[in-house]
Design a protein around this ligand. Structure first.
Ligand SMILES: Cc1cc2nc3c(=O)[nH]c(=O)nc-3n(C[C@H](O)[C@H](O)[C@H](O)COP(=O)(O)OP(=O)(O)OC[C@H]3O[C@@H](n4cnc5c(N)ncnc54)[C@H](O)[C@@H]3O)c2cc1C
Length: 470
């Protein structure tokens, strides 16, 4: 009698989990056993860019999943491996040992993820089937095309088409399965070294926490468009880590929004959820984005600065630009950064310090608990003007003006750059050299105006050269 196995990936939940539900039904119908497995390879995740906050969040989510699965009578087996390649070999061995023929999982579009599944297909015995549910997308990427039959490269028409499909097809998320198997006692997971992230902002990570946060946030959703850009206010959902780990699915978010009759194109929060999906959609069409490639190669020859101290000062929150430094310190201290600040900080690195966006992308990946390749790469390429539907090269945020506009009373700066706390609201966004020196705060690492002008000249020349040759 062939048995069933659920292969967990970035979907560490029991509710709205089609592979788990299907495997349980099959086990019940065929009177066979069901096991769950996860390939734990910190090395592989680190090579993809993840750092301690994301790895620690994974471990916390896996521990909770272990308990939840045990309550359903399903054992979670951890396959520890130095790479996914080795992990797949070990997983196949486990399936042979357990007499498993049906493996249920979710499809993932990234480059390594495709190689991993391809390897499974190549290596697994003929009778072993990988059933992949496609719940990552509200509509299959191959079905969501422009009138000309191409994939979308502009968000707004993509969103219009996707939203119409969501409204037509959205179904209620599955509750946690109730299969009648006797609950087991959860065995502690052998996850090796424990990564450290103390989550000072108490971001929801686990499935239960994500559900609670989502419900609470619904009461705030109407204020989202007015508060979402103010980093000193708790105006956003903070659900990104749960969504990145899959302890919450986007269907659960969409369904909850739909229950509030708020599935409308003017809902700013919904738009952001769809931006998330857009970047994943692009990976389905352009998996080579995972290999460090710019979507638009036009700006690839930009003469980036190579002085390592520029990157180091930006990473450490020591650029002498208060809002940029507050953002960097928020990231380093909490494992999360506010979206407005991700844009301001990334823009400053790329277009004022002229550091290659890939260095910033790698740093965010390492520091963020919510690191998600598609969203991170999409965000960086948007800022760098290399991406799909990206900001034009000449749009450069002035970080001092952004600071006056979005942190008018300097509350956020005072929290993360306490040496500037004594300054008056007017002075805190751009302290004079005298004040900065007196407070032990660094002088700006470059002159903003000169650097901005230089960047524009370089981009313009590069664009002209490129257009001449293409
Ligand atoms: C340079 C840069 C790097 C980024 N890196 C990541 C990353 O690694 N992981 C990540 O999840 N988000 C990333 N974002 C997007 C965004 O900043 C975060 O999703 C958001 O700040 C998370 O906070 P929240 O959950 O309170 O978001 P909310 O404002 O409450 O939004 C709800 C959800 O929508 C999604 N979302 C929101 N904004 C975006 C966006 N611009 N692009 C894609 N999805 C979005 C997230 O899943 C988020 O949890 C990045 C943005 C930029 C500009």
């Amino acid at each position: 009698m062939a048995n069933q196995l659920v292969w967990f990936r970035n979907d560490l939940r029991t509710c709205d989990h089609a592979p788990l539900s299907e495997a349980l039904v099959a086990a019940h119908q065929q009177n066979s056993t069901i096991t769950a497995a996860f390939i734990w390879s910190p090395e592989q995740l680190q090579q993809q860019g993840a750092g301690s906050p994301k790895l620690a969040a994974y471990q916390q989510a896996l521990d909770a999943l272990n308990d939840d699965l045990a309550a359903l009578g399903v054992e979670l087996q951890i396959i520890t491996a130095p790479s996914w390649q080795q992990g797949v070999t070990d997983l196949i061995e486990l399936c042979v040992r357990l007499d498993v023929d049906n493996i249920y999982c979710h499809y993932e579009p990234g480059w390594d993820e495709r190689l991993r599944d391809g390897q499974f297909h190549d290596q697994a015995p003929e009778q072993m089937h990988l059933h992949r549910a496609n719940d990552l997308y509200s509509a299959p990427p191959r079905q969501l095309l422009t009138l000309q039959g191409n994939f979308y490269k502009v968000f707004t028409p993509y969103k219009r088409n996707l939203l119409a499909q969501i409204i037509d097809t959205l179904v209620a998320p599955r509750p946690a399965p109730d299969n009648g198997l006797p609950a087991q006692a959860a065995k502690p997971l052998a996850l090796g070294e424990r990564f450290v992230w103390d989550n000072p902002m108490q971001l929801p990570v686990l499935e239960q926490q994500a559900h609670e946060r989502l419900e609470d946030f619904m009461d705030q959703m109407n204020d989202y468009s007015s508060l979402r850009d103010i980093p000193a206010r708790a105006g956003t959902s903070l659900l990104s880590t749960s969504l990145a780990l899959g302890t919450l699915s986007s269907r659960q978010v969409l369904w909850t929004i739909a229950q509030r009759q708020a599935l409308t194109s003017s809902n700013a929060f919904l738009s952001e959820i769809l931006w998330r999906e857009f970047y994943k959609y692009l990976l389905a069409w352009r998996p080579e984005l995972c290999l460090g490639k710019a979507f638009n190669p036009k700006w690839d020859q930009f003469p980036w600065q190579t002085d390592p101290s520029l990157l180091q000062r930006w990473q450490a929150g020591q650029t002498g630009v208060p809002l940029v430094d507050a953002a960097a310190r928020q990231l380093n201290q909490t494992g999360w950064m506010h979206n407005r600040l991700r844009m301001v900080s990334a823009m400053y690195l790329v277009k004022i310090l002229q550091v290659d966006w890939r260095h910033g992308e790698a740093w965010f990946a390492r520091q963020l608990a919510d690191f998600d390749f598609a969203a991170n790469n999409g965000g960086w390429q948007w800022v760098a003007s290399t991406g799909v539907d990206a900001t034009p090269y000449f749009r450069i945020f002035n970080p001092h003006e952004q600071s006056r506009r979005f942190d008018p009373d300097g509350d956020f700066i005072r929290k993360y750059v306490p040496e500037l706390a004594p300054l008056a609201n007017k002075a805190i966004h751009q302290p004079t050299p005298e004040l900065a020196l007196a407070l032990g705060y660094p002088l700006p690492v470059v002159d903003y105006k000169t650097s901005r002008a230089d960047t524009l000249v370089k981009f313009k020349k590069l664009g002209q050269d490129y257009d001449q040759h293409h």
